[in-house]
Design a protein around this ligand. Structure first.
Ligand code: HOZ
Length: 426
């Protein structure tokens, strides 16, 4: 395939935008080469600036569960835009989306809309601290909760891709309140909690991790965290930026059958527009301003365009919950197909999958945490990524990201993907 125009656009972008991108993973640094510039997308396909059609496995990093430019979402947006784009005043549609979200997600009474997953996680931690009167939080190595200071300690996603999981610019004062544990290591978490007794406000986790590739919690891990938190007066925070409304109507809470104290959402709840949200029982949420003392605000929070896209997508998912099983079936099909080809080719690999999240790790052993994810062979990953791109398959451009399947993908698309893999040399 030809990527001339993308390369030219990237060269120009680099003159005006740091690294040529507005979010580092997009720059292809982990895989080399120039990023693909998108012109438009529809359903399961991206169409790039060089006229190539690509089968998309990132779905804007998760939110496009129904596929790109779904007509329900686009029509809702067009209609809404005719009446104005931003008011900085309350609108009815905010309550409509809040009501729907509260009806779909277990264990929440109230929800506050923000503009991104970063904002949601940052605000949720402030709320947890304000509610508990404690300062420290525990996060897991390789988990990514956006780019707020407290979370850039052994962070996953782009932070680890570029070798700076602990970003310069985060003060020692902030860093000391973020304690670090290993994913799937319940004993390690217990040790931290007991060593910092009565000082931990919250444990924040991606209940299915998606920022060190896809990593699935081992049996009893999340449940163990739940029991520990309840016993020790620590709030359990689920970062459902990727899993919310994707693993089922009730996200990971529903899929795992475990309740969190605060749940954070991101782009999914805005149908792909810039939205985030955090939610909990009233007892916790009522600590937020203007009812309570914990401050949080934003002119674009609850923006009518974002609300209309979110409402359209969530309404459809709520009315058609069979989508979740259908996505999981397609993901399993893809898993089997990829595994068969890689086994035939004798390529060492592990495939992690949960619902419609999946990732391929080029390593021998099980991938259960950041350390095991980091053992993946990045040269093999690069060949795989570029080989697939050459065949028109767009995968996440880093081994530390999950794929997200969308409802528009057909079994023919999946077969085309598996067929493309068959042509690669490792
Ligand atoms: N951090 C996002 C994936 N985990 C990538 C964001 C982007 O580059 O758009």
């Amino acid at each position: 395939m030809i990527y001339q125009r993308s390369s030219a656009l990237f060269a120009e972008a680099k003159q005006y935008i740091p690294g040529g991108v507005n979010s580092p993973v997009r720059a292809f640094k982990a895989v080399g080469g120039d990023p693909v510039f998108v012109k438009k997308a529809k359903g399961a396909y991206l169409y790039d600036e060089d006229g190539n059609r690509l089968i998309d496995y990132i779905a804007s990093w998760g939110p496009l569960i129904l596929g790109h430019a779904h007509e329900l979402v686009i029509n809702a947006l067009i209609e809404k835009a005719k009446n104005g784009t931003s008011f900085g005043m309350p609108t009815e549609i905010e309550t409509e989306l809040a009501k729907l979200a509260v009806s779909m997600v277990p264990n929440i009474d109230k929800i506050r809309f923000v503009n991104s997953g970063t904002e949601a996680c940052m605000s949720a931690v402030r709320l947890a601290r304000g509610y508990t009167g404690k300062d420290k939080i525990i996060k897991f190595a390789g988990c990514y909760h956006g780019h707020s200071d407290s979370f850039l300690i052994q962070a996953g996603s782009g932070a680890v891709t570029f070798g700076s999981p602990n970003s310069p610019g985060v003060t020692q004062g902030t860093a000391k309140d973020t304690l670090l544990a290993d994913y799937n290591d319940l004993e390690g978490v217990k040790t931290l909690v007991y060593a910092n007794k009565d000082e931990i406000a919250a444990i924040i986790i991606e209940p299915i991790a998606g920022n060190m590739g896809c990593i699935v919690p081992t049996d009893g891990f999340i449940n163990g965290l739940r029991e520990l938190c309840t016993k020790e007066g620590v709030l359990l925070l689920f970062d459902e930026v990727m899993t919310g409304f994707r693993l089922g109507r009730g996200g990971a809470q529903e899929a795992l059958g475990i309740k969190a104290d605060i749940v954070m959402f991101g782009k999914v709840i805005g149908g792909g527009l810039p939205v985030g949200a955090f939610a909990a029982k009233s007892e916790i949420m009522d600590h937020l301003a203007p009812d309570g003392p914990v401050y949080q605000a934003g002119t674009l929070s609850g923006n009518p365009l974002a609300m209309s896209a979110g409402l359209a997508m969530l309404t459809e998912l709520n009315n058609r919950p069979e989508v979740f099983q259908s996505l999981a079936d397609k993901t399993q099909y893809l898993h089997k197909g990829i595994a068969k080809v890689l086994n035939e080719k004798g390529v060492a690999h592990q495939i992690n999958r949960y619902g419609s999240m999946i990732s391929v790790h080029f390593t021998d052993g099980p991938v259960v945490d950041f350390a095991s994810a980091a053992k993946g062979n990045n040269d093999t990953f690069k060949n795989y990524f570029h080989g697939m791109l050459e065949k028109g398959i767009y995968l996440p451009p880093s081994a530390f990201e999950s794929y997200f399947l969308n409802d528009a993908l057909s079994y023919e698309d999946l077969d085309e993907t598996i067929k493309a893999l068959r042509t690669l040399d490792f």
